[in-house]
Design a protein around this ligand. Structure first.
Ligand SMILES: *Cc1c(COP(=O)(O)O)cnc(C)c1O
Length: 466
């Protein structure tokens, strides 16, 4: 039986039969305002965890896992070929003090969002090739999401992308990443705030005629097509740990060497969180049978979820600005998913997930400390994760657990903060430097939905004639 996808707001007792996986990717949000979640996920077979002493190749493992979870929902060409196209990069696991860092920033825009955006782009494109037709992805960004989406969809034949960003309110690097792509990716610079960009996007989707003509679609983080691929690197990490254990047993043959200490050990994941998509993806992986002893939701001052885990009281509020700004979220969009996955019971959620909030000074201190003690440069989001894991004392190979902290962005993306804390300027990866050196192009736009509608309609015609 294929996996059924159902909205968090669907009542299983009415006749809601749910939809299929790829349909959920095209729809984004559910029509009832809820978020899609897979039901009856199958359990992954033992073979996934047995890598015979070699850390698995990420794209191969991804193809395998998708094939096992969604055998009846594969896009044209199959999951293996899709994974090869989506993931020409992968995660890296390396020691950081008492922890292992799971580095997720080796993709094109140097943050973990590349995994989700590239997977979604490749699935949508391959489906459009088969069905015919085209799409326009319209999205507003306050920085990082837009660049991952723009880069992931850049150069596709059947999908255009329009990204709105607030003038003067994103970093220079982010602006370059958005405006230097060109081709099928248009950057629109709005004379207003991020909220203006968002409400303009909403107005376009509410205009049913325009929305139908342009086949508007969104690629934001609530799309299940961005969540599913994020489960894959948790599974990879668990398999890689198992492989390390097998390798050390094979070479030393001795119990008690440092590596062999974690024979049978399972990961305890610490996840720097904002909208909680990443954490939700980890819990999905756990539901499909990935061994894990638990999760730590690490936040900055925006501590709505840690507060909920402590008290059972969910109190969303305006976000507070911090140096780990990709996690400045006061109303985490994926909370509705987490809530549904634990049947609204905070004690059940708390049995698997702990929460910890980290203040600004502690974040800075940890950027400095990890540099001075271990020679590691980490971005402020990753530092929040390390600080939370240290505070709760996860780490070492204790209690059968190995502490794995997700490193969500390359330190070079946040070089000002990192340099201020450590006195050392992080290297800027070549692919970011290239964008910085190119001239950018953006369409100037007042914060006025009518003007955006006019521009979209004419730009849409010229695209149709291309
Ligand atoms: C988006 C982002 C986060 C937060 O991830 P969520 O899935 O929204 O919880 C953390 N760190 C970085 C660098 C990000 O870009």
């Amino acid at each position: 039986m294929p996996v059924t996808i159902r909205s968090t707001r669907a009542h299983t007792d009415n006749a809601d039969t749910g939809i299929r996986l790829l349909e959920a990717f095209f729809r984004g949000a559910a029509p009832d305002g809820g978020l899609y979640l897979p039901e009856n996920l199958p359990r992954l077979s033992d073979e996934v965890w047995d890598s015979r002493g070699v850390r698995p190749d990420f794209a191969r493992l991804a193809g395998n896992v998708l094939e096992q979870l969604f055998p009846e929902d594969a896009p044209t060409g199959g999951w293996h070929s899709l994974a090869q196209r989506a993931f020409p990069f992968g995660p890296v696991l390396r020691p950081a003090g008492r922890h292992l860092l799971l580095e997720l920033y080796h993709g094109p825009t140097c943050a973990f969002k590349d995994f989700g955006a590239r997977f979604l782009a490749q699935v949508l494109e391959s489906e459009l090739e088969r069905r015919g037709g085209s799409l326009t992805i319209l999205t507003a960004t306050s920085g990082d999401t837009g660049s991952a989406v723009g880069s992931a969809f850049h150069g596709l034949r059947n999908i255009d992308v329009v990204i709105l960003y607030p003038k003067g309110r994103i970093s220079k690097l982010q602006q370059k990443q958005l405006t230097t792509l060109g081709g099928n990716v248009s950057a629109v610079e709005v004379d207003g705030a991020f909220d203006d960009c968002q409400s303009m996007v909403k107005d376009m989707f509410a205009d049913t005629q325009l929305s139908a003509e342009l086949r508007l679609s969104s690629a934001n983080s609530i799309n299940l097509g961005r969540l599913i691929p994020q489960s894959l690197y948790y599974i990879w990490a668990a398999a890689a740990l198992r492989a390390d254990v097998q390798a050390s047993a094979a070479t030393t043959g001795v119990e008690g060497s440092r590596r062999a200490d974690y024979v049978g050990a399972v990961p305890y994941f610490t996840v720097p969180s904002g909208n909680f998509g990443n954490l939700t993806a980890g819990v999905l992986a756990f539901q499909s049978g990935m061994p894990a002893s638990g999760f730590l939701a690490a936040t900055n001052l925006n501590d709505v979820v840690p507060h909920y885990l402590r008290t059972g009281h969910y109190a969303p509020r305006e976000s507070t600005a911090t140096i780990s700004n990709a996690m400045d979220v006061g109303t985490p969009s994926n909370f509705e998913r987490l809530h549904a996955m634990f049947s609204g019971d905070y004690r059940r959620m708390g049995a698997l997930i702990r929460g910890e909030a980290i203040d600004e000074d502690t974040t800075r201190l940890n950027i400095k400390r990890y540099y001075e003690e271990y020679g590691l440069l980490v971005c402020p989001h990753t530092a929040v994760g390390l600080a939370a894991a240290d505070r709760l004392g996860t780490g070492e190979y204790d209690g059968g657990s190995v502490s794995v902290v997700l490193a969500t962005a390359h330190p070079g993306k946040f070089s000002d903060v990192v340099e201020e804390a450590t006195g050392r300027q992080p290297d800027i990866p070549e692919r970011l430097q290239e964008a910085l050196d190119k001239p950018g192009h953006a369409v100037p736009m007042p914060a006025d939905s009518r003007k955006l509608r006019e521009w979209l309609a004419t730009a849409g015609e010229s695209r149709a004639g291309r």
